[in-house]
Design a protein around this ligand. Structure first.
Ligand code: TMP
Length: 206
């Protein structure tokens, strides 16, 4: 797809502060008079939000890893077709809270599914639409989990510290593999300090 827009994704362990930073990024882009579409993966469309509820419900403890992988991809495909592709074709900036790199970090890195399997599944879920830039908000799982617990614990957050450590390592591997696209932001510090780091990491694309 030849797109006129810009596709930015935000990633990190649970509680890393990326959603707050996504809000600030949206504000900054709107101030530049850009059309901005803010999305979250899984979610953002009627069907994808239904799938999100299934994925995050702590009662679904019996969900197997393959079912989890495919539900994330199903939610994503619907969001790409319904929201991302039309927005990029219009020339909008799409700011998406999580995307295919989450699947690498969580389902391959933390769950232990093979990278090849996750890559193949991502190739269906993303419908060929890949981010221009990805920001990984890097924070120790200890500090991140402290932030996350204030909002309650969903099925993934309930996996605990060792799981989040593997997620973080998964992101570090991705950043090493694709340094141009995947930019690591130190997420330690105040909201304003992290915002400044985020904006400077995006200075070449904005
Ligand atoms: P959120 O709380 O950041 O909205 O994300 C929902 C949870 O889903 C979070 O714990 C990360 C997890 N997740 C995956 O495990 N795989 C994925 O592909 C995505 C997009 C999210």
């Amino acid at each position: 797809m030849a797109s006129k827009g810009l596709f930015i994704t935000l990633e990190g362990v649970d509680g890393c502060g990326k959603s707050t930073q996504a809000d600030l990024l949206v504000d900054a882009l709107k101030a530049k008079s850009r059309e901005v579409v803010r999305l979250r993966d899984p979610g953002s469309t009627r069907l994808s939000e239904k799938i999100r509820l299934m994925l995050l419900d702590p009662a679904n403890k019996d969900m197997c890893d393959e079912c989890e992988l495919l539900l994330y991809e199903a939610a994503r495909a619907q969001m790409v077709r319904e929201a991302i592709q039309p927005a990029l074709e219009r020339g909008a900036v799409v700011v998406c809270d999580r995307y295919t790199d989450s699947t690498f970090a969580y389902q391959a890195g933390a769950r232990g599914l093979s990278s090849e399997l996750v890559q193949a599944a991502n190739g269906i879920g993303d419908c060929g639409v890949t981010p221009d830039v990805t920001l990984v908000f890097d924070l120790s799982p200890e500090e991140a989990l402290c932030r996350a617990t204030s909002e309650g614990t969903d099925r993934l957050e309930g996996e605990g510290m060792a799981f989040q450590r593997r997620v973080r390592e998964g992101y570090q591997q991705l950043a090493q593999k694709e340094p141009d696209r995947v930019r690591v932001i130190d997420a330690v510090g105040s909201i304003e300090v992290v915002r400044t780091r985020m904006m400077s990491a995006l200075s070449d694309v904005l």
